[in-house]
Design a protein around this ligand. Structure first.
Ligand code: CDP
Ligand code: MG
Length: 691
């Protein structure tokens, strides 16, 4: 990415940045915050989005000398926030990103010896803690967006608490305080920053003497509008609302909250189509998607101001709820949904579902319209629906499979995870299920300690079963193909697209890639065939093949990143033909030929060794039975195996709509389950010969 030198800014702009900074509400409480930090170990701070928490607090701490004993670390739940905020702060400090201020996100480390403030993702801080359990490089840890209660944030808070117990926290850092307590690193100061809620939980957990410091926000009024009846098709409703606003309302950008890549793309498409036929004298409409899997430059583009005589529409997931500042938004359209991973311990599955947001999230979304002037928020649900929403959303730790969390804790050398001091302890049954899964995957030893394989898995930025698939593929010599496969599975969009008008042509195109071995192998075929096409060649190829370009492109990005980890772990040899480019190992040009039978078999066996808990077998009556949960499941109609009556399959995801659908399937042989996962299947009954 191109670095922009902030001190090249014109003088007037520089002055206006300084002035704007000091007008932020947070400046009013600057002294109070610094006094509080000096005297207590942990400070909980709340303030409306935009009041200056993320950009200003680290600069206050820097100016007060807190960097003398270590780096000031600021964690963010999302990559794009870490990067955009670091850039903003560098601009304010008139330095380059990567010098005094830097960021560190998965596979993109933009820091140097000189760096004193690091904006990092939660995941990066957890990784730092694995290497350095006392976090001794850091003098202050600022945990941002704590109200989101993401799994990783929760873990960081627990870790910080235990580090403080050893390193202390009560006396001032920066050379002001006394001798270090129990560690040469000196005290660790902790700042927990949050939008507005949940502060009691934090204060209680950390035993703060005083309540949270509250920053008064500057929020303009936002008028709320509801639909009169519930909407079946919120994408269509959002599209209509966007165009109506564009045609009838005063200037101001529109922020639309949808749930994921799929509906964002559908909406984007529809808006562009309908905007194309608007009268030419109207302002143009510029549509930007914004979701986590979107390549970073495109995410950043969504934050840039639009050209003159243009209205910007940002179609976002809840990524835009609190952590990003998007200037110019006056209108918010809220579908009222969020895609959430939800885990059912009994069923041993994770499913990704669009679920209603909480009241708190709905208010937060509406608030995004009132940042600079009075705004309007259009809720695509009824007022009654709003009243029925939960007050706040459940912490992620209470609704995920926990396997990665527990593995991370084990890698952090937490011996008794059942006794771990969680902010919100997950149900015991979920912890035990996670331990069982990790044991079955070979990530833990029978005595519960992490195995060396588990340590490797913990170092891969993937769910344990995906990590396992890569490790096994490394042993089997099909790591390159598995990287493509896992990268494709890790994207959250659909691979093929079609409308009712183009369905036949799309099916024909799809057939060229289709492998009877399953959707996963089909994905590898698409990926290899796409290769590294760029620009118009890529566009033309995707159009011709009805392939979703964004999905393939984000897979390429994920793959490049994963490949670097795979090399670090020794799964791939570093002398394989790759070049280092900006820290990323570029994949060699892949074999564009479809996966052959032998390679396919290898890959499928690797998948079996990793996803054996997600296997289903066809019964004599034609139904499929999920082997670990004993539930009846069906093959999703979009699967290449839909008409193929495979006897035994593994699935990547269960989707609950009218029934439980398996998605992203791989055809396997039932014998492999016992062979490759004996610890799990050998003792199981019911894995009979094919029905
Ligand atoms: O963290 P919080 O939501 O309290 O605010 P912030 O992210 O520190 O942003 C404070 C102000 O800085 C915003 O109101 C924007 O005016 C400005 N800002 C910006 O212009 N560009 C960014 N990338 C981030 C912030
Ligand atoms: Mg912030």
């Amino acid at each position: 990415m191109k670095k922009r030198k902030a001190d090249a800014l014109p003088h007037e702009l520089r002055r206006s940045i300084d002035a704007a900074r000091q007008e932020l509400p947070i400046w009013a409480v600057r002294r109070a915050i610094l006094e509080e930090v000096a005297t207590s170990a942990t400070l909980v701070l709340t303030g409306e989005t935009g009041c200056g928490k993320t950009t200003q607090i680290p600069q206050f701490l820097l100016a007060a000398g807190y960097d003398a004993r270590g780096i000031i670390a600021v964690t963010q739940p999302r990559r794009v926030a870490a990067m955009s905020v670091a850039r903003r702060v560098a601009e304010e400090m008139a330095v380059e990103v990567g010098s005094r201020v830097g960021y560190s996100v998965r596979f993109d480390d933009c820091t140097s010896q000189a760096t004193r403030i690091i904006y990092m993702t939660d995941g990066m801080l957890l990784r730092a803690a694995m290497q350095d359990p006392l976090l001794s490089r850091f003098s202050v840890l600022v945990v941002d967006e704590a109200h989101e209660r993401s799994l990783q944030t929760d873990m960081i808070l627990s870790i910080a608490k235990s580090v403080q117990a050893i390193r202390g926290g009560a006396h001032a850092a920066g050379g002001v305080g006394g001798a270090a307590v129990g560690s040469s690193a000196g005290a660790l100061k902790l700042l927990v920053m949050s939008a507005t809620l949940e502060t009691d939980t934090f204060c209680e957990y950390f035993g703060c003497d005083r309540g949270p410091v509250q920053v008064q926000g500057r929020q303009h009024p936002v008028s709320l509008f509801y639909t009169s009846s519930p909407q079946d098709d919120y994408v269509e409703a959002a599209v209509t609302a966007t165009l109506q606003l564009h045609m009838e309302s005063l200037p101001g950008d529109i922020l639309v909250f949808l749930t994921g890549q799929e509906d964002i793309e559908a909406a984007g498409h529809a808006i562009q189509q309908r905007a194309a036929v608007l009268p030419p004298e109207m302002d143009a409409l510029e549509v930007h998607p914004l979701y986590a899997a979107l390549p970073a430059p495109l995410q950043m583009a969504a934050l840039d101001p639009p050209p003159a005589k243009t209205r910007k529409v940002i179609l976002a997931t809840n990524i835009a709820e609190t952590s990003l500042t998007i200037e110019g938004v006056v209108y918010v359209i809220d579908a009222g949904l969020v895609k959430q991973r939800t885990y059912h311990p009994g069923k041993k599955i994770d499913s990704l579902l669009a679920t209603p947001i909480s009241k708190a999230a709905a208010r937060q979304r509406a608030g995004r319209a009132g940042r600079q002037q009075p705004g309007e928020c259009y809720r695509l649900y009824t007022e009654q629906t709003f009243r029925d929403l939960d007050a706040t959303s459940r912490p992620e730790i209470l609704r995920t499979s926990l396997a990665s969390t527990i593995l991370s804790l084990k890698a952090l050398k937490v011996v008794d995870v059942l006794a771990f001091d969680f902010l919100s302890p997950p149900p015991r049954a979920s912890i035990i299920a996670a331990l069982e899964q990790l044991l079955a995957l070979g990530a833990l030893l029978p005595d519960g300690a992490i195995s060396s394989e588990g340590e490797q898995m913990a170092r891969l930025p993937l769910e344990p079963s995906y990590a396992k698939a890569l490790l096994v593929a490394g042993e089997q010599g099909c790591c390159e193909q598995m990287l493509s496969l896992v990268a494709m599975l890790a994207t959250d969009g659909s691979l093929f697209h079609s409308t009712s008008a183009t369905r036949d042509a799309a099916d024909d195109a799809k057939r060229r890639f289709t492998s009877p071995q399953g959707d996963t192998i089909t994905m590898v075929n698409v990926f290899s065939s796409f290769g590294r096409k760029k620009g118009s060649t890529a566009r033309a190829w995707c159009q011709k093949n009805f392939v979703n370009r964004r999905t393939v492109e984000s897979a390429i990005q994920i793959r490049d990143q994963l490949r670097t980890s795979a090399i670090d772990l020794g799964l791939l040899k570093a002398d394989d033909s790759f070049e280092r480019d900006g820290g990323l190992a570029k994949s060699p040009v892949l074999d564009a030929a479809p996966v052959g039978n032998e390679m396919g078999r290898k890959l499928r066996r690797c998948l079996t060794a990793a996803f054996f808990m997600q296997a289903a077998q066809r019964q004599p009556n034609g139904e499929y039975l999920a082997l670990s949960s004993r539930q009846v499941v069906s093959i999703h109609p979009s699967s290449v195996l839909f008409h193929r009556r495979a006897t035994c399959v593994i699935f990547n995801e269960l989707l609950f709509t009218s029934r439980l659908y398996m998605r992203d399937l791989t055809q396997i042989e039932a014998d492999w389950l016992v062979e490759l996962a004996p610890q799990y299947y050998a003792s199981r009954s019911g894995l009979g010969s094919p029905g």
